[in-house]
Design a protein around this ligand. Sequence first.
Ligand SMILES: [Fe+2]
Ligand SMILES: [Fe+2]
Length: 200
Amino acid sequence: MLRLRSVTPPAWAEAVCREPLALLSDHAHCELRAAASSQALINRHTARTDLCDRLAAVAVEEMSHFRQVLALIDERGGTLQPGPPSPYVEGLLAASRRERTDRDDALLDRLLIAGLIEARSLERFELLAVLAPDAGLRALYADLGPSERGHAALFPKLARTHFDGARVDQRAEALEEVEAELLARLDFAPRMHSGAPTAG
Ligand SMILES: [Fe+2]
Ligand SMILES: [Fe+2]
């Protein structure tokens, strides 16, 4: 798994749980985006059969998580809200090297960025599984944890299968730093990848 270079404070989990429907709606969009980005990678790297197969399995799992979160939103009398852009995901993608310059560099970066998003989501699911004040949220995040852990391990493994180890290590280190710096700059919001709430 990639290394997270910052730790989400428990105050983040307490704050996002004050608006559970907003958190769940944002989370549902994270699942949709994860499925869509796996499908987009398949489309761009059709000759890498093993990669296509693994990414298809991820997309199927993410869509089943989407349905699980959507059902919980409905159970609570809410509806899925339109998905606003994610400054977290956009910030990470801005650090990714471009497809038109080098297809392989771009793929390596996309795999590592996906691995970082999964690792950060796992960290936050684990906090919510313990700290969420209501049992329904604790159960959801405890349930989704193992799958997220699997994805967080899979993406760096795919990077190592398709690229040289030293090349992966060098890029992983740079992107790990980008991720922590980006998160530190983001404002708090009731969203899965928001910044920490300010004290007071
Ligand atoms: Fe998921
Ligand atoms: Fe995932």
